[in-house]
Design a protein around this ligand. Sequence first.
Ligand SMILES: [Zn+2]
Length: 243
Amino acid sequence: MPRSRACPACGHDTAGTPPRIEPHYGWTIVDCAGCGRAIQTSRRPAFVDWWRSVRRWRDALIVLVLQLNATCFSIFMIAAASLGLHRSLASYSADPYTLFMLAGTSADPAKGASFLRRVSTWPESGHFPILMSLVGMSGFAGIWIGAMLRHCRPGRAWAVISLLALLATQGVALVRWVFDVSVRPAGAPPWADAFGSGVIAAAASVLVALAIPVGIGAGLVLREGRKLVFQTLVRRARRRRLR
Ligand SMILES: [Zn+2]
C-alpha cells in the first residue's frame, strides 16, 4: 500500500500517482489530480543527466581505488620490512627468537651480555635502513588510518591492517619453511621463523597505533584548512553578487 501523500492545497491524497521528474533541477514532482498543483515529493533531486551521475561514480571510484592502494601498500610494506629485519637480525644471531631461547633456556648473564652486544653492533651491519623503512611504513599506515580511514573507526582499521600484515608475514614464513629457505639457526624448531617475524610485525603494529593520533590531528588541520578555503570562496562570491 503506498504511503499517504496529501496535497497541501486541497487535501487530495496523491499516493499511488507516479511522480514525474522535473527537467531543470531534477525534483520528483506529482501533479495533484484534485487541484492540479505540482507537489515536490523528495527532498533531494534525482539525477537529471546521466553524465552527472557518471561523474559522481567516477570520483567515488577514484577515491576508493586510492584508499585500497594505500591500505594494501602499507600492509605489504610493513610485512616485507618485518621479514627483512628478522632476516638481518637472525643473520646476526640477534633476532627475537634468539632472545626468546636465551630467556627460556639459560639465565647465564654472559650469554645475555653477548646478545646485547650483537644487538648494539647490528646498526653497523648496513641493514639499518630496513629498520628505518619499518618505522617509516608503520608511521605512514598510522597517519593514513588517522587522517583518511576515520569513517571506518580508527581502532577497527588498525586491527584489520595489523592482522593482515601479521598474516602476510606468517604466510611468507610458511613458504620459507616449505621451500626450506629458512633463516632460523641450526637446530631451531620450524616455528622459529614465524615467531621471529611475528614479534617484529607485532612491534610494527604498535608503532602504527602510536601514529594514529598524529594522523587524526593532521586530518583535523586539513579539514579546518578546507573549511577556511571554502568560507573564503563563499565570501568572495557573495561580495561579487552584492556589487
Ligand atoms: Zn491538490
